[in-house]
Design a protein around this ligand. Structure first.
Ligand code: M6R
Length: 606
């Protein structure tokens, strides 16, 4: 993840750009850079490392401009050096970017064939060349920008300067956040409200697919279709700017929507997008490892179960997953050749910490998959695997879950390659699949309106059943957990094959049954279970994908069609629908979504 800022100002901007970048440094600090309009041209200043290094560059070579853009980088494509630092320039265009352009290799080949020369290894530079090429055809800046956006696949937030178009900053967002700040005779663009906080508290949150042209006095906003739109201006309390919900009613809703960007950031830390190889940090000898013992609670435990499916199947490496509160009080048979992996968003959960310490005392090597990298668990383990999804405020875990699953997915691929159960070509294929997951998650979030309608019915239920097979059996547990913790409706998640061994007795025409079944090797079996349920009057909410919908039995009360995905990432893609269903049920019931009764975000007592 990177941080971006843009200012169309009346007063000098260099210092102000730097001030914003300091606020965005939590998003990355591999390099930093600014650019500004100076006379008829655009000048850049860039430095490797933290903002302090950029300040030194600016002290030696000041940038005197009143309109400019800035960037702090968290490297994905290309080494963290000055050459790859943003802003990137091509012809009349200079821009900064947060996100990953998935089709940059094809675009770069096309542009190179047309004679364009690249100076960096980044995916970003192709965007500058594309806009410049469109400008060369005679298009106006905003039209050249739109024509370029239409060619990009992947995630981006952009801020763009164009030589000859003074007092103009263009911006766009898809999959990465971007806000507009309204000043007095000045306009701002930033990755979040924090970035524009020193200059204004009047903030417009751009919607997915929006693009914008800023001048001194206005922000002309367009949606993805090119239609002019207005978005509400929100006054953000200065003290709350760190914890801002944006246009969302609840943190949980925001965090569900944060997932494409959160997962993208996570995945970028565990794979090398340039080589399509895994790059899992830490000293673990995957080839010799005998076993993994995962210990966790709640949603983190469920993420561990998904990991077990993936790691065992891909890497032929045995994985045990256990609820930490059980594990710590029995006498588990442990061996030093195993690795204990604690899974914890907070890194402070008392039961997980105790289970981790128990394993360490038995001489096991230890690791933690964690969000809070300064937490107790992170400080006590041999290997820290951060999930990089940013602070999660809602008590119901959403973006931490998909980030945890993303880490375990990368680990499964890395371990498989190291153990020789997949070859280099398969590793590359799987890494590419993983890199596409954020876009598919964003598409799945697009099902929100349909899920809101379904929620109206589910909100009337007393009990809800969730069924799935394979990794979807774990997601069934997560769907049930989400629903019960925030809506207080009783819900159970089951492996669908277990249905006939008991839970089928619950089936009646008042119990919604959510069946999670992407079109994978388990699909036919899940479809049979769906038929069994419907034969007994069950009201099925069938959540499948574009392939599954073609093969599903008739008779589901409602079918939700998620984007098709490789089985490697189907849990990530199918997560948003179950989270959104739970969220909207809770909203309809008027529950306290972000702070459900009896719960706490971090459970530091046993
Ligand atoms: O911080 P942790 O991941 O260790 O927390 C574990 C559980 O308390 C947590 O996942 C809890 O189940 C969430 N409320 C689920 O949404």
């Amino acid at each position: 993840m990177c941080g971006i800022i843009g200012i169309v100002g009346k007063a000098p901007v260099a210092e102000r750009l730097v001030e914003s970048l300091k606020r965005l440094e939590y998003r990355g600090y591999d390099s930093a850079g600014v650019a500004g309009v100076v006379g008829n041209s655009v000048e850049r200043r860039r430095a490797k490392g933290k903002i302090k290094a950029l300040e030194e560059v600016l002290a030696a070579d000041p940038l005197v401009a009143t309109t400019g853009i800035g960037h702090t980088r968290w490297a994905t494509h290309g080494a963290p050096n000055v050459q790859n630092a943003h802003p990137h320039s091509a012809g009349r265009v200079t821009l900064v970017h947060n996100g990953i352009i998935e089709n940059f290799a094809e675009l770069k080949a096309e542009l190179a064939a047309a004679g364009r020369v690249f100076e960096s290894d980044t995916d970003t530079e192709v965007i500058a060349h594309l806009i410049d090429a469109e400008l060369a055809t005679g298009l106006a800046p905003i039209d050249a920008f739109k024509a370029t956006l239409d060619r990009l696949t992947g995630a981006y937030a952009l801020a763009v300067l164009i030589e000859g178009a003074d007092n103009l900053v263009l911006g766009a967002r898809r999959g990465s956040p971007l806000v507009v700040g309204e000043g007095q005779g000045e306009m701002f663009l930033g990755s979040d409200a924090l970035a524009v906080g020193p200059f204004t508290n009047r903030v417009i949150y751009l919607d997915e697919g929006d693009y914008v042209a800023l001048d001194h006095d206005s922000a002309r906003i367009f949606d993805a279709s090119g239609a002019a739109v207005t978005r509400p201006v929100r006054v953000v309390p200065t003290s709350a700017v760190m914890m801002e919900k944006g246009n969302y009613r609840h943190f949980m809703e925001k965090e569900i929507h944060d997932q494409p960007e959160g997962c993208q950031r996570t995945i970028a830390a565990y794979v090398d997008a340039l080589t399509s190889k895994t790059a899992v940090p830490g000293d673990v000898d995957w080839a010799r490892l005998e076993r993994i013992q995962i210990v966790a609670c709640g949603t983190s435990y469920i993420a561990g179960v998904v990991g077990k499916y993936l790691i065992e199947q891909l890497a032929d490496l045995p994985v045990d997953v256990e609820i930490a509160s059980e594990f710590r009080y029995r006498q588990p048979a442990l061996r030093p050749g195993a690795l204990v992996v604690a899974m914890s968003q907070s890194g402070e959960t008392a039961d997980t910490l105790a289970a981790l310490r128990y394993c360490k005392a038995k001489g096991m090597k230890s690791a933690v998959v964690v969000n809070a990298t300064e937490s107790t668990m992170a400080r006590e383990v041999d290997v820290v695997w951060p999930i990089h999804c940013g602070p999660e405020i809602g008590v119901a875990s959403t973006k931490a879950f998909t980030a945890q699953v993303s880490v375990l997915t990368a680990i499964a691929v890395a371990a498989a390659k190291a153990r020789g159960t997949i070859d280099a070509a398969e590793e590359q294929r799987l890494v590419k699949v993983l890199l596409e997951a954020p876009r598919l998650i964003a598409e799945a979030i697009g099902l929100e309106d349909a899920l809101k309608d379904i929620a109206a019915d589910v909100a009337k239920a007393r009990d809800v059943l969730y069924l799935g097979r394979g990794p979807m059996s774990a997601l069934a547990l997560e769907g049930a957990l989400k629903l019960k913790e925030i809506s207080y409706i009783h819900a159970e998640g089951y492996a669908a094959g277990e249905l006939k061994h008991g839970p089928i007795a619950l089936v009646d025409d008042k119990t919604p049954i959510v069946i999670l079944a992407p079109y994978d090797s388990w699909f036919e079996k899940s479809a049979s279970n769906m038929s069994e349920v419907m034969a007994r009057g069950g009201q099925v909410i069938f959540i499948t994908d574009t392939e599954g919908v073609k093969h599903a039995p008739e008779g589901a009360k409602v079918v939700v069609t998620a984007p098709a995905s490789d089985p490697l990432v189907s849990t990530l893609v199918m997560s948003a629908p179950i989270q959104l269903l739970a969220y909207h049920v809770a909203v309809i019931k008027g529950a306290d979504v972000d702070q459900p009764r009896n719960l706490a975000k971090s459970v530091t007592v046993e």
